[in-house]
Ligand binder design. Structure first.
Ligand SMILES: [Zn+2]
Length: 157
């Protein structure tokens, strides 16, 4: 007779009986996306759990931690393609040093905001392409998702 199960254990067992989710993304793709509530990365990519890696932060800005995640993704987890997906009406647009200091005072950290979405997208793609430890032979591209139309536009191919 099996030992009595806690409800947490029952939930774990039920989940394990579902379709297997691979550790390595099926599509070998990583998406850098904004944390914005209106951006749904899986829907945007017509993907489901297990298909892609999603690295999210405020603005889809390529920060040191995004680079760290993509080094792991491309060297250990089979990813060979990276897409940066910025979007219109982003909260990080205009989040300058002056705005941060006005709200948080002179010790405000750098919030990595930007004043031009396309320029920031270019900077992010260039940074990833220049990182020798990121291995993405199928390419690193830059996209802008238009919240108004629901369309994603390839800006940097
Ligand atoms: Zn955003």
């Amino acid at each position: 007779m099996p030992p009595m199960s806690s409800s947490a254990e029952l939930v774990r067992q039920a989940r394990n009986q579902g379709p297997a989710v691979p550790k390595k993304p099926r599509r070998r793709t990583a998406l850098v996306a904004c944390m914005d509530t209106r951006v749904d990365p899986l829907r945007l990519m017509d993907a489901e759990i297990g298909d892609i890696h999603i690295v999210r932060n405020a603005g889809a800005v390529v920060t040191d931690d995004v680079v760290r995640s993509l080094i792991a993704s491309t060297n250990w987890l089979g990813v060979d393609k990276v897409q940066i997906m910025m979007h219109t009406d982003c909260g990080a647009l205009g989040l300058t040093r002056d705005v941060a200091v006005e709200k948080l005072g002179p010790t405000a950290p750098d919030l990595a905001g930007f004043t031009s979405t396309e320029d920031e997208l270019r900077r992010g793609v260039d940074r990833l392409r220049s990182e020798p430890l990121i291995a993405a032979p199928k390419g690193i591209t830059g996209w802008i998702y238009d919240l108004g139309t629901g369309e994603s536009r390839l800006v940097i191919s």
